[in-house]
Design a binder for this molecule. Structure first.
Ligand code: ADP
Ligand code: MG
Length: 285
C-alpha cells in the first residue's frame, strides 16, 4: 500500500501547480541529480520577436509571405511569431502539402511552388545553399521553388526566473544541462546568462533522446529528469527517468508522456518539485 504521506506530498505539490503522477514518480523525483532542459519555452519565454527580414533576390514582402504561409499551420513558437509579423489573412486556397519537419522547420506549397522554411541544414539537405548574416540570433532560412530567398532573424527573451531556478537546483545538488536544437552561439549565450555549465546544441528531437540516454548511463548523473515545453519533446520527456512537461496546457502528447506536469511555465517550480518530493520521502522513511 502507498503511505499516506505520499498523498500529502502530491497534494502539497499540486497546490503549487505541480502535478506529480503518482507515488513512484515522487520517489524518482526525489533522487534526481541531473535536470536536462530544452531552451525554447523552457528557459526562454518562447515568444519570439522578428528582428529583421533579410531578403535575397526578392522583396521583403515576398520573403515574409512565403515564410508565413509555410508556417501558418505550425504550433512552433518560431512559426507563430512569423505569422504574427506577416499580419495578413492566410488564404488557405493558395496553400497545399504542408508538412512540419520536427526540429528542422516546415515544407509547404504556395500557389503550387515549394517553400522550405527552417534551419540552414534543412535547405542544404535539399541541395539549396543559404547565406547567414548573423550568428547570435535564431535564424530561419527560406527557399522558394528551389532557390534561397533570404533569412528571418528572431529573438527570444530569457525568463526572469531561469537563473534563480538553475542556482536553486544546484543548491539541491541537481545540475542543469541544456539540450537544444538551436545553434551553438545561441545555446552558449543562454547557458552563460542562466548559469548552466554544460550545454549541447543543434540537436534534433531524436538526438535529445540519445543525450538523455547517455546521461542516464553516467552513474554520477543519474537519475535524470528532462523538462520541456512539449513542442517536439514528447519522445525525450518519455525517455527520461522523470519527464516534466511545462506550461500545463501546452501539448497533449507531452502531458500524456510526462511524469510531472507543471501548470505554470516557471522553471523554479522544478526546484520546488524536488524539494517537496525529498521532504515527503524523509517523512515516509
Ligand atoms: P529548442 O531545442 O530550442 O526548443 P526546437 O527543437 O524546437 O528548439 O527547434 C530547433 C530549431 O529548429 C530552431 O531553432 C529552428 O532553427 C528550427 N525549427 C524548428 N521548428 C521550426 C519551424 N516551425 N520553423 C522554422 N524553424 C524551425
Ligand atoms: Mg522546443
Amino acid at each position: 500500500s502507498v503511505p499516506l504521506s505520499f498523498f500529502a506530498g502530491i497534494g502539497g505539490a499540486s497546490k503549487k501547480g505541480i502535478l506529480i503522477k503518482g507515488a513512484k514518480n515522487l520517489e524518482t523525483m526525489a533522487k534526481c541529480k541531473t535536470l536536462a532542459v530544452d531552451k525554447t519555452g523552457t528557459l526562454t519565454k518562447g515568444k519570439f520577436t522578428v528582428l529583421s527580414v533579410n531578403p535575397q533576390g526578392v522583396s521583403q514582402d515576398i520573403l515574409l509571405e512565403a515564410a508565413a504561409y509555410a508556417e501558418s499551420m505550425s504550433t512552433h513558437p518560431i512559426g507563430i511569431s512569423i505569422v504574427q509579423r506577416y499580419g495578413k489573412e492566410i488564404d488557405g486556397a493558395r496553400l497545399s502539402d504542408v508538412e512540419e519537419i520536427a526540429g528542422n522547420g516546415v515544407r509547404a506549397k504556395l500557389d503550387g511552388k515549394e517553400i522550405l522554411c527552417g534551419k540552414k541544414a534543412l535547405l542544404e539537405t535539399n541541395g539549396i545553399a543559404a547565406q547567414s548574416s548573423e550568428d547570435s540570433a535564431t535564424a530561419v532560412y527560406v527557399a522558394l521553388d528551389g532557390k534561397f530567398i533570404g533569412e528571418i532573424l528572431l529573438g527570444d527573451e530569457i525568463k526572469e526566473t531561469s537563473a534563480t531556478a538553475v542556482s536553486r537546483l544546484r543548491e539541491l545538488g541537481v545540475e542543469t544541462v541544456l539540450l537544444t536544437g538551436d545553434k551553438k552561439d545561441t545555446a552558449e549565450k543562454v547557458a552563460k546568462k542562466v548559469g548552466i555549465k554544460t550545454f549541447f546544441s543543434e540537436l534534433l528531437p531524436e538526438n535529445k533522446v540519445e543525450k538523455v540516454e547517455q546521461l542516464i548511463k553516467d552513474p554520477d548523473r543519474r537519475l535524470v529528469a528532462f523538462a520541456g515545453d512539449g513542442i517536439n519533446d514528447a519522445p525525450v520527456i518519455a525517455r527520461a527517468d522523470i519527464g516534466i512537461a511545462m506550461g500545463g496546457l501546452g501539448s497533449d502528447i507531452a502531458i500524456e508522456a510526462a511524469d510531472v506536469v507543471l501548470m505554470n511555465d516557471d522553471p523554479s517550480s522544478i526546484a520546488d518539485a524536488v524539494k517537496i518530493s525529498r521532504k515527503t520521502m524523509t517523512i515516509v522513511r
